[in-house]
Design a protein around this ligand. Structure first.
Ligand SMILES: [Mg+2]
Length: 419
């Protein structure tokens, strides 16, 4: 059996741990630069605040209903996530961290009788240890475990854990579960399925495997099999290395000076390089894009993008930053003010499987050593301790007017208790 532990309204829950007065009140957390809503408490959901909604659209609601607003505090969320995962790891045979707020659990070897109790215990103990509420789902496959965890979130009487085992129960659940909410279906396929009269997960199960494969390829068939209790997505499968790595961000104000945009692009490229090395990859294509603020109707608008091939695939921040900046020069136009930029690395392959270039093998070795020193320093002393000069001395400041403290990672921000 497989489980999924999913933190409820994770970012909001992290804020609530250190501000218990927020319990029972509408709370939202905003994306970078305080742009859109990315996490909502149940009370905020009940007010009709949608996921991804731009904050300016809900300002009236925020004022009238006293919604508490937070900027995203990724240092805090990252550390709380680590604590949640550690707590779960202590109680189960094996876990696979799937995202910042989700982990799959391998329950092989645990008896069915024990599982029901265990699910509830994991949720209770994690809540006690970290303050974060989680919803457990346990079933035969990852896709079914995902569905089970959704149910435990929806029905409080399940005690934060839903164990979906029997055929009849599974069919009953699938018959009311919207097909677009099934893990792995995606918006595009959901539309196609709906057009073909397939509205629920059960309708999808009742389609023939040949039809599913012809319309949705082998990936769709995997989902179909998973719903039929045949486990196809193994632990390794879902931690596949990324085929594309992207970093993009809005600036806190419009930038028209290329020197400023250089810094942003260098920062994004070095961020991507770090992620690239983490998955032991090298990339041979870079895309850089810049765009203006399309909310500013009074200003000229443009979106510029360029794709640059790299002759010898690399993971060196030095080279990748340089190439990204040269690419920026080709698309930058001083007549525009830019609001956002981004860098995308693609054509990623495994470093060990890549053939070197006989003319620059020495260079590659030099860069490899330098990069591992760079990564070591940044792991030990914190991200961005050592950066490329091109990134500028001052880090790109995001708008975050509602930022909470870094309660768990900074001595200066440690929580104060008044007695
Ligand atoms: Mg979640």
């Amino acid at each position: 059996m497989l489980g999924l532990a999913d933190c409820n309204n994770f970012f909001v829950s992290c804020e609530r741990v250190f501000k218990p007065s927020l319990a029972g009140r509408p709370v939202v957390v905003l994306s970078n630069n305080d742009g859109c809503v990315i996490s909502r408490s149940n009370e905020a959901k009940a007010l009709g605040i949608k996921m991804g909604e731009p904050v300016f659209k809900i300002m009236d609601l925020v004022r009238n209903s006293d919604v508490k607003v937070f900027s995203s505090n990724y240092v805090l969320y990252g550390d709380m996530s680590r604590r949640v995962m550690d707590s779960i790891r202590n109680m189960v045979p094996a876990i696979e961290v799937y995202s910042i707020d989700e982990a799959f659990i391998d329950f092989s070897g645990v008896s069915t009788e024990k599982l029901k109790v265990m699910g509830e215990a994991i949720s209770r103990v994690t809540r006690r240890d970290t303050g974060i509420p989680i919803s457990m789902g346990i079933s035969h496959t990852k896709t079914l475990a995902k569905i089970a965890s959704r149910l435990s979130k929806k029905y409080p009487r399940l005690n934060n854990s839903c164990f979906l085992e029997k055929d009849s129960d599974i069919r009953k659940v699938l018959s009311t579960f919207p097909v677009e909410d099934v893990w792995g279906i995606g918006r595009r396929y959901a539309k196609m399925l709906r057009n073909n009269g397939i509205n629920t997960a059960l309708d999808f199960c009742n389609a023939s495997p040949e039809w599913v494969k012809s319309k949705m390829s082998i990936v769709g068939l995997k989902t179909w099999k998973e719903l039929h209790q045949e486990s196809c997505i193994t632990f390794e499968d879902s931690v596949d290395d990324k085929k594309q790595i992207c970093t993009s961000r809005s600036f806190s104000k419009e930038l028209s000076n290329i020197e400023d945009i250089y810094q942003a692009v260098s920062y994004f490229a070095s961020n991507c390089s770090e992620k690239l090395r983490k998955q032991k990859g090298v990339c041979s294509q870079i895309q850089v894009f810049i765009l203006t603020n399309y909310f500013r109707e009074d200003m000229p608008q443009c979106y510029q993008s360029i794709v640059v091939p790299i002759e010898t695939a690399t993971d060196s921040t030095l080279q990748l930053v340089k190439i990204s900046c040269r690419a920026l020069e080709q698309i930058y136009n001083p007549l525009f003010s830019y609001k956002k930029a981004g860098v995308i690395f693609s054509q990623i392959s495994k470093k060990e499987e890549t053939t070197g270039n006989i003319f620059c093998d020495f260079e590659v070795a030099k860069h490899t050593n330098l990069m591992s020193a760079l990564d070591d320093v940044n792991i030990k002393y914190g991200r961005n301790t050592l950066v490329m000069a091109a990134q500028g001395v001052e880090k790109i400041k995001a708008f975050s007017n509602h930022l909470s403290k870094r309660y768990t990672t900074s001595w200066d921000d440690i929580i104060e208790v008044k007695i």
